[in-house]
Design a protein around this ligand. Structure first.
Ligand SMILES: *Cc1c(COP(=O)(O)O)cnc(C)c1O
Length: 381
């Protein structure tokens, strides 16, 4: 008999979307720019001196110090790992598990739900308000009804692009026995952060990553900022030597190129605003403002048709046509100026070719139950 997947996981399959070949890939919120040549040269020099026959620094001491210096926090408040996804998994292993509930506000990053399920933490998905914010009242109602052990926020939220509203996060933080996780994967685009608060409080975990603004998702590196009171407990659940020597050095060297990172963020931010203005000027779609490197929009026509049409023009965007809460939406990552211009002209071409007869005029926001069980994750990003 062939091996059977753990029965509670069989409903979750299909979250890996195939990577589709396209000339212009604007579907996974990566930076269109690699780090500068100086970073690669420094990394190569470091590789030559790396004692590859030895295990890496188990406690990632020098990387922790470098991150602490960059963030202006004590090293004991830092925990680096293989991308923020591993951080989320580590947090759930330590503070979730059977009998404890995790809560996510949807639409948001589906990996929060997916990772919780893989580590046997029951998840409850609570629908955000129509403006995609959470608000203090919804946090209070959720806590009263579900008493979760862990509550996830995403600041700014993927895929809606907005910052989390402060009253919601504050309402969650007021509960001392609940871990509040704020995923700041796009924090460099936002400018505001819960990082300093995470160091002072004992129930806040902020996750940051090198996968977006820093431009090195291939190296799988992220970090957690939290209280020294519990960060050491994570050593109970992560694998020994979890972070390889190469990634540790790459993280440290990244901080020698902060100015270049900030310049990339500035370019992408102004391109995002250009894209937003162009989309907002169209009467055949709705676009949401974004404080990130992507834009969520809903065409009046069928989104699936538009998504395919863009792909025929060599442009791949993220398809949320059937994602609850953002039905009939697509998400475009901000690319280089040339890529963005390509996207805009392909969009205009496809939309003008869509027959009005197939248009779904008046597509509105759906309103499923506010408290529902977790849905199937359809893709990682
Ligand atoms: C892209 C993204 C991440 C990045 O995950 P890594 O494991 O660090 O690559 C984390 N959270 C959100 C919300 C993201 O969109």
């Amino acid at each position: 008999m062939p091996l059977q997947l753990r029965s509670d996981l069989t409903a979750l399959t299909g979250y890996h979307s195939p990577q589709i070949a396209a000339d212009v890939r604007l579907n996974t919120n990566e930076s269109p720019y690699p780090p500068p040549p100086g970073f690669f040269e420094a990394l190569q020099r470091a590789l030559h001196e790396m004692p590859l026959h030895r295990y890496p620094d188990r406690h990632t001491v020098r990387l922790r110090e470098a991150i602490a210096h960059h963030e202006g926090v004590p090293p004991a408040s830092v925990f680096p790992a293989n991308g923020s996804n591993e951080i989320i998994q580590t947090l759930l292993l330590a503070f979730g598990g059977p009998g404890r509930t995790a809560c996510v506000f949807t639409p948001s990053y589906t990996m929060h739900t997916h990772i919780a399920q893989t580590v046997l933490t029951p998840v409850v998905e609570v629908k955000r308000r129509a403006d995609f914010l959470v608000g203090g009242d919804l946090v209070a109602a959720t806590v009263a009804e579900l008493a979760p052990s862990i509550m996830f926020f995403c600041h700014p939220n993927n895929p809606t692009g907005l910052a989390e509203d402060e009253p919601a996060v504050r309402a969650a933080l007021d509960l001392d026995d609940m871990l509040v996780v704020v995923d700041e994967a796009y924090g460099e685009f936002l400018g505001t952060s819960w990082a300093q608060e995470a160091v002072r409080r004992e129930n806040l975990a902020v996750c940051r990553t090198f996968s977006k603004a820093w431009g090195i998702p291939a190296l799988r590196l992220g970090y957690l900022l939290g209280s020294p009171a519990w960060i050491g407990l994570l050593d109970q659940v992560h694998l020994p030597y979890h972070l390889n020597a190469f990634s540790q050095v790459a993280g440290m060297l990244s901080f020698d190129f902060v100015d270049e990172m900030r310049a990339r963020v500035a370019t992408l931010t102004s391109e995002r605003d250009r894209l937003y203005d162009a989309l907002a000027a169209r009467s055949d779609l709705t676009v949401w403002p974004s404080l990130s490197n992507f834009l969520l929009f809903r065409p009046v026509c069928d989104a699936e048709t538009l998504w395919r049409g863009l792909l025929e023009h060599g442009i791949l965007v993220r398809n949320f046509a059937s994602r609850p809460g953002i039905e009939n939406c697509l998400r475009v990552t901000v690319g280089t100026p040339a890529e963005n211009s390509c996207f805009l002209s392909a969009l205009a071409a496809v939309l003008s070719a869509v027959k009005p007869a197939t248009a779904k005029l008046g597509f509105g926001v759906s309103s499923p139950d506010s408290l529902g069980s977790s849905a199937v994750c359809d893709e990682q990003l």
